[in-house]
Design a binder for this molecule. Structure first.
Ligand code: ADP
Ligand code: MG
Length: 287
């Protein structure tokens, strides 16, 4: 799997009085097995961008290559693309509609025209991957908790066996437990199934913890494209565009201002703990 976006521009309402630039000259590449964090202030173009990757929106100009093939070329199989690039929308539970959880998860593979046994097999597999216990499978999705509903929605996309999983703020509005469960499942999908993941999130902590690389959007443009430690080193520039670094990054910089010279590229609490313990062992904390 590989994705390459080349000079993507996108205008909403092209040719109308409401014409609005949503993406400006955005280019990037994603390789198989990466975990990408996509961040940016509200209205920066994140949701617009991800809908280009499975062909739901078509760039006003520029090109997108999936596995080296231009998805805008004549005769390109967009339907196949949509099952390879699984997109979990924001508040996906609003799109649950079948009478029971299992039927809901069957919807995608059914649409792919698979035979009934294969459909069921995939639904069972997907519900297993999101860790939803069997006792819920025959229930109405509307009887579940917020976090469980969202896991059903994610299972519905996984049941199509996508190569890439894109999630638009999958933890928005969940309590900490529901949030952690979903993030842990995504981490497991990435680690154990080598699934390529693109996670849109407002939480810098979550992004720092899970992403190998971060794309930062600002007013429709790509501002940064680098690993977390490099992106968060620019925390002052991030603040100027309505973002921030993880809390721990600020603590680390404060410590350094007070002469405790922990490395300045720490982005997770775990890394900070290791670095501080190391300093204490070396006697660095006694000066
Ligand atoms: P984000 O997901 O980062 O909050 P969006 O991709 O939703 O950003 O929006 C990018 C820009 O496009 C914003 O200026 C937004 O107002 C505009 N926009 C989003 N959706 C539509 C739409 N359906 N019609 C017109 N403009 C839109
Ligand atoms: Mg959005």
């Amino acid at each position: 799997m590989s994705i390459k976006a080349e000079h993507i521009n996108f205008l909403y309402g092209q040719g109308t009085a409401f014409e609005q630039y949503a993406l400006k000259d955005v280019s990037f590449q994603i390789q198989d097995g990466e975990f990408i964090g996509l961040i940016g202030h509200t209205g920066s173009g994140k949701s617009t961008l991800i809908q280009h990757l499975n062909g739901l929106l078509k760039a006003t100009s520029g090109a997108i290559y999936y596995n080296g093939e231009n998805i805008y070329q004549e005769g390109y199989d967009m339907k196949a693309l949509r099952s390879r690039v699984g997109l979990v929308f924001q508040y996906p539970e609003h799109q649950l509609f079948e009478i029971d959880v299992f039927s809901d998860v069957c919807f995608g593979p059914k649409n792919q025209g698979l035979d009934p046994e294969e459909i069921k097999e995939r639904a069972r597999e997907a519900l297993g991957l999101v860790g939803l216990p069997k006792r819920f499978w025959e229930q109405s999705p509307f009887e579940l908790s917020g976090g469980q509903k969202r896991r059903v929605a994610i299972a519905g996309v996984l049941a199509m066996r996508p190569e890439v999983l894109i999630l638009d703020e999958p933890t928005a509005g969940l309590d900490p437990r529901g949030r952690d469960e979903i993030l842990d499942e995504l981490a497991a999908l990435h680690k154990e199934k080598h699934m390529t993941i693109i996670l849109v999130s407002h939480s810098m902590e979550d992004i720092a913890r899970y992403a190998d690389r971060i794309l930062v959007m600002n007013h429709g443009e790509k501002l940064f494209d680098a690993p977390p430690r490099e992106v968060f080193r620019h925390y002052k520039e991030l603040e100027q565009v309505g973002l921030a670094a993880p809390q721990i990054t600020y603590i680390v910089h404060q410590l350094r201002e007070h002469g405790v010279m922990v490395p300045d590229d720490i982005t997770t609490v775990e890394e900070a703990k290791t670095a501080i313990l190391e300093m204490l062992q070396k006697g660095g904390g006694q000066s």
